[in-house]
Design a protein around this ligand. Structure first.
Ligand code: ADP
Ligand code: MG
Length: 347
């Protein structure tokens, strides 16, 4: 690997709390933070992933060594960040958080790595968005717990190998396919997060309702769970809207009827599809005669980023069997045509 040029002698360790760049924090973000479970027990669903991780964590603790580097992949909102925090807590390890797009230079990452306490967990969200020069810093860090830095310039320049504390890297990504082979091969643990079953989502919703002091009836929880695209983040967000409508209508308990009223107002249909989902399906049906259509053409006619369609919309539509991805592009299924007929003229 080519050493990376860094002018400073030794990178400044950074304060762990401040690794992520400041963002605009909204009330919903704070509500989201309050809901984040911090233990495996409060994290329903993802049973296989969870039980595997529990074994790996217990084994690492027994050996008093850091957990292997871990990669969590899957669509947004399924609990990757939450899981990373739970793992750190179970390992009783300090947690450092950053993201691929927020690391500009190799030196930034070297600085972060140099500041990690022994056994710490470094979480890099959207790890597929690291630039290649930044990514290369990770290779020796993950494998040998050291970073190669170039000190000085011109003829006097030399490489210095700087040891860092043993640590665990946890990466999260919505697009496994964009990860380079050298990076991928350095993750000893790789877990895919799946869309949630309605039962698990209903449990998550009941816990959120409890934390907010909201009375959520069983039928209300189930209806909401079925229409939340198998995604906890969406389920929690919709629960807030249902609470608004319930308050507005003076209803104390959230039953199926108020859930149905709210979701209809938000144009979320019985299958949990939203406006954009239906727009994609209708576009393939009407403009492309059911497909196949290439993703670029589809994105252009819809006027949405290709990556948003690929990362956010498609996975759920394919999971529900409404869309298939063949060698010549995206195709609609008979179920999708049937579904669109059922929802009629809902926008
Ligand atoms: N299994 C779960 N149990 C309870 N809440 C969950 C679970 N998975 C996700 N959540 C909640 O959903 C929200 C999104 O989760 P997050 O970990 O940020 O998803 P990701 O990082 O995959 O986009 C968080 O507020 C979290 O509290
Ligand atoms: Mg996340």
């Amino acid at each position: 690997m080519d050493p990376i040029e860094i002018r400073m002698q030794v990178p400044e360790p950074r304060a762990p709390q401040n690794l992520s760049k400041p963002n605009l924090i909204t009330g919903e973000d704070i509500a989201d933070q309050q809901l984040r479970p911090s233990r495996f027990e409060d994290y329903p669903g993802q049973d296989t992933v969870k039980s595997n991780l529990q074994v790996y964590v217990a084994a690492a603790l027994k050996r008093s060594s850091p957990l292997d580097h871990s990669l969590f992949h899957g669509p947004p909102g399924l609990g990757k960040t939450t899981l990373a925090k739970i793992v750190a807590l179970e390992m009783q390890a300090p947690f450092y958080q950053t993201s691929g797009p927020s690391i500009d230079k190799p030196g930034d990452l070297a600085g972060i790595l140099a500041g990690i306490e022994p056994g710490g967990v470094l979480f890099i969200d959207e790890i597929h968005r690291l630039t290649i020069t930044v990514e290369e810093i990770l290779y020796s860090a993950m494998e040998d717990f050291c970073v190669d830095i170039l000190v000085g310039q011109g003829p006097t320049a030399r490489t210095v190998r700087m040891p860092i504390n043993p640590f665990t890297l946890i990466g999260a990504t919505t697009r496994m396919a964009s990860l380079s082979a050298p990076l991928l091969s350095r993750f000893g643990i790789q877990e895919h997060l799946e869309f949630y079953e309605a039962d698990a989502l209903a449990q998550i919703l009941q816990r959120s309702a409890r934390l907010w002091g909201v009375e959520l009836a069983e039928d209300g929880a189930m209806e909401l769970a079925k229409r939340s695209r198998g995604t906890p983040r969406i389920a929690n967000r919709l629960l807030r809207r249902v609470r608004d409508f319930a308050d507005f209508h003076g209803q104390r308990t959230l039953h199926c009827d108020i859930v149905d009223l709210t979701l209809n107002r938000l144009h979320i249909d019985r299958g949990g599809l939203d406006k954009m989902d239906r727009r994609i399906l209708r576009m393939i049906r009407d403009r492309y005669k059911g497909g196949p259509v290439g993703i670029e053409a589809l994105a252009a006619t819809i006027g949405e980023e290709r990556s948003t369609i690929e990362d956010v919309y498609e996975p759920f539509l394919m999971h529900q069997g409404y869309m298939r991805r063949g060698p010549r592009g995206r195709e609609l299924s008979a179920e999708a045509v049937h579904h669109l007929e059922l929802v009629g003229d809902m926008p």
